[in-house]
Design a protein around this ligand. Sequence first.
Ligand code: ADP
Length: 360
Amino acid sequence: EKYHAALADNRKLFNEIQELKGNIRVYCRIRPFRPWEDEKSTSVEHIGENGELVLSNPTKKGKEGGKNFTFNKVFGPTTTQDMVFKDIQPLIRSVLDGYNVCIFAYGQTGSGKTYTMMGPENAEEKEWGVNYRALNDLFNISHDRRDTIKYEIGVQMVEIYNEQIRDLLGSGGSQKKLGIQNTSQPNGLAVPDATMCPVNSTSHVIELMQTGHNNRSMSATALNERSSRSHSVVTIHVQGQDLKTGNTLRGALHLVDLAGSERVDRSAVTGDRLKEAQHINKSLAALGDVIFSLSQKNAHVPYRNSKLTQVLQTSLGGHAKTLMFVQVNPDVSSYTETLSTLKFAERVSGVELGVARTNK
Ligand code: ADP
């Protein structure tokens, strides 16, 4: 009881701080065990109803007890794609009102980032990830508003690999390297030379994304390896013209599947893998620094430190809304990585609350 009261206090304080901090939300999602994994070896000790999560290492009980985290929400392993989407739907709708929104998934390889953002390979409709559902909504709402606002929707898809940006929708596919425009203009295109495809239906977009996905894999020997070592950014640009006033509004939705956050053992890798690992670490750290300084309302936000943060600049900070999915692999073998993932998330959410230890 005492423990739950402390968690509730923790939660209240967290909410108060969040209110002050503006538009950064952090949702934690725990993926289910895979059929070949053992459910008994879980590091997830407790999931509260109000965003509390207790992580522990059962193989080291006593030494390594419960560590507490509080996020805006925690989705347990039985949460469906539909339930997750219901929760972020208002955020997506706000793109049609002219907001810039950035949604990204952070976590180690195999923690469910792609599942959340895209869904599994050849997904049935009920398994569709955030990006298909988001597009579906954008098309439906723009259709509903057609008597008052005329919307145009376009999609770009780029990959960031070793600090190089590649167009995934151009005919040159992954071979084309791109530069970045000065993004100081609100709603300015971060990557103006990336192919922008006008779209008018979800099925059209699914086709495009499949093309993009294939382009991503073309130069890879092992798709899964490669895709976890690069960031992919799908950007949906919305432009609406008010039919009465003639005013134009613009919004953008960035959907980001980040490279795996796992630490690569520097002594064990050399050459290309070491270079990849260094680029990934650098860009994820830069993303963390940007979100952290936004959450602290710092005057200087270090967007220029990586290609990733430059591409996302117009959708991070200012009036933009940011949502981070922190993905968790519940298996205890991932305990150390999970802990560092949750610490990253705790830092970027700008709050460090360590009350209510379970084993005290
Ligand atoms: P990542 O993109 O972080 O490397 P994946 O999205 O590929 O991880 O997930 C790893 C595996 O777990 C995949 O087979 C995926 O389909 C499965 N998976 C992940 N999250 C869920 C979930 N919420 N429900 C069912 N299966 C999931």
